[in-house]
Design a protein around this ligand. Structure first.
Ligand code: TXA
Ligand code: MG
Length: 340
């Protein structure tokens, strides 16, 4: 759809491996490279190339008004100045404390940043990821890499190279395989473009972390009143209907739905023998970091097992538990797709 030369054969499956020279060549030619980060896999394009960004949006199936995060190499302070008018004090403090890491800062954008990156807004989202393959790619490429999560719009973010291939197949020119993502949930997004910083998306950098770095309370604004696609209710959803329940009711709900002929799965720490026969058990780790790490694989598993309904108990809002509960709530939200 663009003049972009595709390095991979269009009919061949996307190649994988830590093939950084190819990846850099593809990015420079306006192609798309999926790469691992510590949060989820990103679908990368040269952030300075509007044509590459158009292709990125079309492969992702995402509305053009939604901004994308620009990923930068660690230690490249000049890079920040190319994309932003500088970091406001709160953003500077957060960057110093958390970069490289799972934190995206929304700051006033610099002149000349393509509209396709910012979704037409006066701000830009910047992140320095903490993942060796991503860092080598960014350092060799030498520019900003725009990358949304490497899934189709509205679907569960990929946390392995296999997930990316399953979602995007041959539409991506290269998939760099860095193994499973350490964190497993998307980065925390903090809007620092206004005097009072706001958390737009929760993640591994928690509200407590942010408040202790800044030394004052910080509000959450994750209700979608800001333009942030990751904050739509219905994001992060598998095809199975996700229903949030309490620990006390999960067995009786599973029994009712099974009796009604539904194919039911439970995302739970309870023992398999406590559920009626036929209920699929998706074992949820007790440790909250491990749960975050496993969550998207478990949601995909619900679809692999062709579940009609997945019953899930949200974890306590401690540490990364808040972000896990947030994603489960969105997965249980109203569906944008017909027939689900
Ligand atoms: O962990 C992550 O953030 C992953 C990896 C690949 O870095 N990326 C990711 O990208 O999750 P995406 O596009 O799926 O989500 C980016 C989030 C969205 O909620 C978006 O609205 C917000 O960041 N965002 C980016 N730039 C923004 C801006 N200028 N203003 C407000 N929100 C912005
Ligand atoms: Mg996403």
């Amino acid at each position: 759809m663009t003049k972009t030369p595709r390095v991979a054969m269009p009919s061949a499956p996307a190649r994988h491996g830590d093939d950084l020279d190819d990846a850099v060549r593809i990015l420079r030619a306006g192609g798309l490279v999926a790469f691992p980060t510590e949060t989820v896999y990103g679908l990368g394009a040269d952030a300075a190339n509007p044509e590459a960004l158009h292709r990125l949006y079309s492969v992702k199936g995402r509305p053009a008004s939604h901004p994308v995060i620009v990923h930068l190499a660690t230690g490249d302070r000049d890079a920040v100045a190319r994309w932003a008018t500088g970091l406001p004090p709160a953003a500077r403090a957060l960057a110093d404390a958390c970069w490289p890491g799972p934190l995206t800062l929304v700051v006033p954008r610099a002149e000349g940043v393509p509209e396709e990156v910012t979704g037409g807004s006066a701000t830009i989202g910047l992140r320095v990821p903490d993942q060796p393959v991503a860092q080598r790619l960014l350092a060799r490429f030498g520019g900003g890499v725009a990358a949304p999560s490497a899934n189709r719009f509205g679907r569960v973010s990929p946390t392995t190279a296999g997930h990316v291939r399953a979602d995007l197949g041959t539409e991506v020119d290269l998939v760099l395989d860095g193994g499973p993502c350490r964190v497993g949930l998307e980065s925390t997004v903090v809007d620092c473009s206004l005097p009072g910083p706001l958390i737009l998306r929760e993640g591994a950098v928690t509200r407590d972390d942010i408040e202790s770095i800044l030394g004052h309370p910080v509000e959450l604004r994750t209700d979608g009143s800001r333009p942030a696609p990751g904050t739509l209710a219905s994001h992060y959803a598998p095809r199975a209907r996700v229903v949030l329940v309490t620990d006390a009711e999960i067995r009786s709900r599973a029994a009712q739905l099974t009796a009604a002929g539904q194919r039911v799965g439970v995302l739970t720490q309870q023992h398999a023998q406590e559920f009626p026969a036929g209920v699929e058990i998706l074992e949820a780790p007790v440790d909250l970091d491990e749960l975050a790490h496993a969550l998207y694989g478990l949601l995909r598993d619900a679809d692999v097992r062709h579940l009609d309904v997945l019953l899930a108990v949200p974890p306590p809002s401690l540490g990364i538990g808040a972000a896990v509960a947030d994603r489960l709530t969105r997965a249980a939200g109203p569906s944008p797709q017909p027939g689900r």
